[in-house]
Write a new protein. Structure first.
Length: 483
């Protein structure tokens, strides 16, 4: 696996020491991680590679006679000469100066996807170690579902072929290069997918990487704050949307809780400063985990088609745009245009600030009514905070729409007290304005659990107290509203 190969021209700031303490030990001043959002020089520099914009690409690779070498582009010809095998690749569309080359004794699965509206065919090729065939059909399935969703939601795929190439577990990542997605054996090929109660990471990772063919390869930001949101958060969101249509609700809930867990853990380990999503400085816990959560929540608030429409309009405007490169300020302006006045605060909270919640279901009781239905009384606590870059929190007024759910018995076999995997008997966003709210609801079936933000759409520092079992009984406290 040759990564970052090829010629790079000029000074490469990526090679500088980053951590403040290591810099100090070497007599260097602390360094800003990234130029500001509107930095004029940063906006004239590609966020992925500082030495070139989109390029024309052609390469010839030689390898052992029994191996297949893979690089971006389309294979023009291959031949054997002096006991070595040669591969000549050429790309016919603009691509970033960003590529990797693999060579191995591969087995290959060939498949095809056809765009249902245009009829355009895309060849799917998965190159794998011959004994690692387990998840190869699942990867092909994921690619087809991703291609279908992304072309419809965002716009056309720019290549005629997509390839996944396995590489050994010296590293356990997958990365998207033009029409090639090198994937570690440890990032999908040898994952054990037999447990139906675990979210399928092969599907998720494959479609995250496929998403980068749009986010990163069609649209790329400048070398400024926020640019990794345009690549990583949008790839994460794209993949989460394919998961939403593929996974059961309880599995999706686990998937989203994983995002929340990793974000909360990441911000605890921050060594310099946390930033709002739109100013992210290549911080994985922000651009992957918070980004995935925030975009997923936003499609829930304003609607999937509305959000995808805004993203598509942004992509159409900025596709292959170079100097000046786009930034997240331009992107967020598209989000605001697509968001109704009543929900503008959601965009502000999620993209422009660090906003946290402390929501809790304090008490949940039910009584059966004479008509056979059930009265459910919930005592909810809710609070909203803004954090600064060092984690200092300030309370802010609550005027927020928050999911309230009442559920039947859990459907997942392995379930935690704080999971709500039952059929929703009631589920709705309710505007909360008080730190404590007591509400009653009427449901047709006997309730088992209830929750405030039970599916973890908001960033809640303690999510384990959001859901609890509903107990038989009258409950305490004065009801402020009847639903
Ligand atoms: Zn990524």
């Amino acid at each position: 696996f040759l990564d970052g190969t090829g010629v790079h021209i000029g000074y490469q700031p990526d090679g500088e020491l980053e951590e403040d303490d290591i810099r100090q030990r070497n007599g260097l001043k602390p360094k800003e991680r990234m130029p500001r959002l509107n930095d004029p020089r940063g906006l004239m520099t590609c966020g992925f590679t500082s030495d070139a914009d989109y390029i024309r690409f052609e390469t010839t690779v030689s390898t052992d006679a029994d191996q297949t070498a893979i690089a971006p582009g389309y294979l023009q010809k291959d031949w054997v000469q002096n006991g070595r095998r040669y591969f000549h690749y050429r790309m016919d569309a603009p691509m970033l100066n960003f590529y990797s080359i693999q060579s191995a004794r591969y087995a290959v699965r060939r498949d095809q996807w056809r765009d249902p509206t245009t009829g355009q065919a895309v060849a799917i090729e998965i190159y794998y170690h011959p004994t690692h065939a387990y998840n190869v059909p699942r990867m092909a399935d994921a690619l087809k579902k991703g291609l279908t969703y992304y072309t419809k939601a965002f716009g056309p795929y720019q290549f005629r072929q997509v390839r996944i190439q396995e590489f050994p577990r010296y590293k356990s990542f997958a990365q998207s290069f033009p029409n090639t997605i090198p994937t570690s054996e440890g990032a999908g090929f040898i994952s054990d997918l037999r447990d139906p109660e675990r979210p399928d990471d092969v599907f998720f990772i494959t479609n995250h990487e496929l998403g980068h063919q749009w986010w990163g390869h069609q649209v790329v930001g400048g070398q400024v704050q926020g640019s990794s949101m345009l690549s990583e958060s949008l790839a994460e969101y794209s993949s989460l949307m394919t998961c939403k249509h593929e996974f059961s609700a309880p599995l999706m809930q686990k998937r989203m809780r994983d995002e929340l867990d990793q974000y909360l853990r990441g911000r605890r380990g921050e060594r310099k400063k946390e930033l709002p999503l739109m100013l992210v400085e290549n911080q994985p816990y922000i651009h992957y985990n918070k980004g995935g959560m925030v975009f997923f929540a936003l499609q829930d608030y304003i609607g999937e088609d509305k959000l995808n429409g805004a993203i598509k309009a942004f992509l159409t405007k900025t596709r292959y745009q170079t100097r000046p490169y786009t930034n997240t300020a331009e992107f967020v302006s598209y989000l605001k245009k697509a968001t109704p006045d009543s929900l503008q605060y959601v965009v502000h909270d999620m993209f422009e600030t660090i906003t946290l919640f402390e929501n809790q279901l304090d008490e949940a009781t039910y009584t059966q009514r004479p008509d056979g239905k059930y009265d459910v009384r919930l005592t909810l606590r809710a609070a909203k905070m803004r954090a600064d870059s060092l984690g200092n929190e300030t309370p802010v007024a609550l005027r927020d729409y928050v999911d309230i759910g009442i559920f039947g018995p859990d459907q997942a076999k392995k379930t935690e007290d704080y999971d709500a995997s039952g059929k929703p008997l009631f589920f709705k966003k309710i505007k909360l304005t008080q730190p404590k709210t007591v509400l009653t609801f009427v449901v047709n079936d006997k309730p088992a659990k209830a929750g405030i933000d039970p599916y973890h759409k908001l960033i809640d520092r303690h999510y384990m107290d959001n859901v609890k079992a509903v107990a038989a009984g009258e409950g305490k406290g004065t009801v402020v509203a009847q639903r």
